[in-house]
Write a protein that binds this ligand. Sequence first.
Ligand SMILES: *[C@@H]1O[C@H](CO)[C@@H](O)[C@H](O)[C@H]1NC(C)=O
Length: 138
Amino acid sequence: MPGFILLYTFFLFSWNSWNHFSCQINETLIKETADAMVSTGLAKLGYQYANIDDCWAEHDRDSQGYLVANGRAFPSGIKALADYVHNKGLKLGIYSDARYRTCSSEMPGSLGYEKKNAETFAAWGIDYLSMTTATMEI
Ligand SMILES: *[C@@H]1O[C@H](CO)[C@@H](O)[C@H](O)[C@H]1NC(C)=O
């Protein structure tokens, strides 16, 4: 199935913050990852995307309904981080959830705010959006 191969290739050739760091992420980590993707030669092998997973935003939207980068973890903002990653010749991915909250519940999801989120990600220069619908039901 071609779709499967495409997806498989994508995951194979990208780095994702969730696997090792879950919510313990910050701009330094993403920058160091982008540096390492280049210096270790992974970028040359086709690893193009550094993907920020869950927990990158503040707990609540701003008064206009826009997502806000977590000020402690990403003090320079996501736009500056995207610029950094692009300067390395790589692409930056980000994460959202189709529901009200993301998997971690630490940040808002996209439901009802799809357009605002898309505008935000475009303005920041995000190259790829990873979207989940999986929220843990307890
Ligand atoms: C950034 O996150 C990494 C991984 O969790 C951590 O080791 C490091 O101390 C953090 N750095 C800052 C400046 O918070």
